[in-house]
Ligand binder design. Structure first.
Ligand SMILES: *Cc1c(COP(=O)(O)O)cnc(C)c1O
Length: 405
């Protein structure tokens, strides 16, 4: 039986590779940091490149203090818990991290998950049922989409604008929905634009909806103390449910959370399947995340460095004539789709940039709409002035070669 399926699967894979729709995993031969070793393919020897495509926004992924905190936690609390949280998998440090996250986002409580994918996968189902509605931005992360699919609530997709959100809320109101949740990314991962939380909160108030914000690309990056898009928009206390990851700016290992009111957090602890039926977050990650939170809250230094790097890169690239949408986030899309065959530009330029020692990724359909192909650059506090300079100069050469600037 399998032979027939094998042929079908092989054909499907071949098609994906032929059309450029297949992912390639780049092999790193070093820790995650500003300059990484990469083995372009399994047969070639590794080369050193500057990494401009990780979510290591604050440079904590291999920061000595974070590494040490992980080692100390593993020595004090052991390697694993061999249990889910509700049986015998909750240590003091898990509660401590939850308390600190609640303090960070100024909510009544917080609950840890092993990833934000799990947090988003488990946050909706306990709260909504058939006849309820989740109104969700078309550009929301896949984990939000999947989380909503796990419920029996209606899914209403708005087209990334406040006018479209209002239209959908009107439509939902006519259905007589009992509970309504508006779900949005705090920062959208392809464009780096920040959700209009004040307007979303206002509309939610008007339509009696809850607001859920996934702050994965905001946490640690935006806001005076690092509390993401929520702090950036001064929306503390106005967002009912904040979910986020510990796997990006906060050290980049793993882990996610939901922060919100006491009742929501308590209910998730009782009912959220991706919390209950999976293993505890390992102590090393918990200990390091506590230290990451301290670093993020204690000082502005890393964020200031990140903002300076971001500002420099954005303005120099714009001056060179690249199409960079306005923004302040370290996600910097270099748009190529308006030039014609955007996916070819993205592919060829990324290859040439890699040869110049700059590691970036291009994104094409179906990840972004046709005509909006781009190279997504991600800036880090770990980049030095020289790193930023080298990236801009490489873009200048490669952009000129391809007639992009
Ligand atoms: C990265 C990301 C996630 C997934 O986070 P993990 O902790 O890696 O599962 C979820 N939502 C958004 C918006 C993200 O950017």
């Amino acid at each position: 039986m399998y032979q027939q399926l094998r042929d079908e699967l092989r054909q499907q894979l071949d098609e994906m590779h032929a059309t450029g729709a297949a992912w390639t995993e780049h092999l790193l031969t070093t820790a995650q940091q500003a300059a990484v070793g990469v083995r372009p393919d399994s047969t070639s020897s590794p080369c050193e490149v500057l990494n401009f495509c990780s979510n290591n926004y604050l440079g904590l992924a291999n920061h000595p203090e974070i590494v040490n905190a992980a080692i100390e936690a593993i020595q004090r609390w052991g390697y694993g818990l061999a249990s889910v949280r509700i049986v015998c998998g909750t240590q003091d440090i898990h509660k401590e991290l939850e308390t600190r996250i609640a303090g960070f986002y100024r909510t009544e409580g917080a609950i840890l998950y092993t990833s934000c994918m799990h947090a988003n996968g488990g946050v909706f189902e306990p709260l909504v049922r058939e006849g309820d509605a989740v109104v969700t931005d078309a550009l929301n992360h896949a984990s939000i989409i999947d989380g909503i699919r796990l419920t029996k609530a209606g899914r209403y997709i708005y087209q990334h604008s406040m006018e479209s959100l209002e239209e959908k809320l009107n439509e939902v109101r006519d259905t007589g929905a009992r509970r309504i949740i508006v779900a949005t990314d705090g920062v959208f991962s392809m464009d780096g634009d920040i959700a209009n939380l004040p307007r979303i909160v206002e509309l939610a108030e008007e339509y009696q909806a809850l607001v859920m914000v996934d702050d994965s690309h905001g946490t640690g990056v935006l806001g005076r103390t690092g509390a993401g898009s929520v702090e950036h928009h001064d929306c503390f206390g106005k967002i009912d449910i904040v979910t986020s990851t510990l796997g990006k700016a906060m050290g980049g290992a793993a882990g996610g959370f939901v922060a919100g009111s006491r009742e929501i957090v308590d209910l998730l602890r009782q009912k959220s399947r991706s919390y209950i039926f999976t293993n505890t977050l390992p102590p090393a990650v918990v200990g390091a995340s506590i230290r990451a939170l301290e670093l993020v809250q204690e000082s502005q230094d890393l964020r200031t460095r990140l903002q300076d790097n971001t500002r420099t890169f954005r303005s120099r690239m714009t001056e060179l004539g690249f199409a960079i949408p306005k923004g302040i986030h370290p996600i910097v899309p270099v748009m190529l789709g308006h030039l014609g065959d955007g996916s070819r530009f993205a592919r060829d330029m990324c290859r040439d940039l890699f040869d110049e020692g700059i590691f970036v990724l291009g994104f094409s359909f179906p990840i972004v709409p046709r005509g909006q192909e781009r190279i997504r650059v991600q800036i880090s506090a770990a980049h030095s002035d020289e790193h930023i300079g080298r990236a801009v100069e490489a873009f200048e050469r490669v952009g000129a070669k391809h007639g992009v600037i």
